[in-house]
Design a protein around this ligand. Structure first.
Ligand SMILES: Cc1ncc(C[n+]2csc(CCO)c2C)c(N)n1
Length: 218
């Protein structure tokens, strides 16, 4: 089929296979993940989502086609609404929590794209968040089978949702269209942004497993 997205999806095959092998992700699938690691993850994710929503809002501001502005702005809004509901259900408050080194790095990276990168890089950098979660979510759903009584059933069903798959398709379509109308050096920077953000997705789960902290406190 070709296209930017298929190409970068193939280019990140190794990273994505490594995500499936992470103890955190395996534990989510079979429900054996310890609650304290999941709670750490949820707090860090709430902090991440706050920054990610801002990156999406900036992507919307950079877009110049009505449909694309609307998509990123709607996603920024959904990100805050849907995710805060999930987080409230699971952890209550994140007050006083500080972003981990990895969470800080991931959001800072997206913000650096927002600050100094072009629209294409930003669109490519925010895409793995949708796509990797949809991919992992649907596979976890298959593995977990019946979610009734599954300790992380809510989490899994959020990301295995059809509406979420639709947003991912739209984000891919927009990113492919941007690549299509961009020159090769821009497309190369878009590839790099997609690969980096995918690696950050790996690191984010890995950090949750380790309950990563700042070496001298936060
Ligand atoms: C580290 C991390 N990466 C991706 C997601 C998934 N996610 C969060 S917002 C959004 C799109 C707009 O709703 C998606 C796909 C997450 N929760 N945490």
């Amino acid at each position: 089929m070709g296209g930017f997205c298929n190409e970068v999806w193939d280019a990140t095959a190794e990273t994505r296979a490594a995500i499936d092998e992470l103890p955190f992700v395996k534990g989510l699938a079979d429900g054996s993940l310890e609650r304290d690691r999941f709670d750490y993850y949820m707090v860090q994710d709430a902090l991440y989502l706050h920054g990610y929503a801002r990156a999406l809002a900036t992507t919307a501001a950079r877009a110049d086609r009505s449909e694309e502005i609307a998509f990123y702005a709607k996603s920024a809004h959904e990100c805050i609404v849907v995710e805060s509901a999930l987080h409230e259900g699971n952890v209550g408050s994140v007050e006083g929590a500080k972003p981990s080194p990895t969470g800080t790095a991931y959001v800072s990276y997206l913000m650096s794209l927002a600050q100094t990168g072009g629209y294409g890089e930003l669109a490519a950098g925010v895409l793995p968040c949708f796509w990797v979660y949809m991919d992992v979510g649907s596979r976890l759903m298959e593995k977990a089978g019946d979610l009734a009584g599954h300790p992380y059933g809510d989490w899994i069903s959020t990301y295995a949702d059809e509406a979420f798959a639709e947003s991912t398709r739209k984000a891919r379509e927009i990113t492919d269209a941007i690549a299509e109308r961009s020159d090769e050096p821009t497309v190369e920077r878009m590839r790099e942004a997609f690969v980096k953000a995918t690696t950050y997705e790996w690191k984010f789960w890995d950090a949750a497993w380790k309950k990563e902290a700042w070496p001298f406190g936060d």
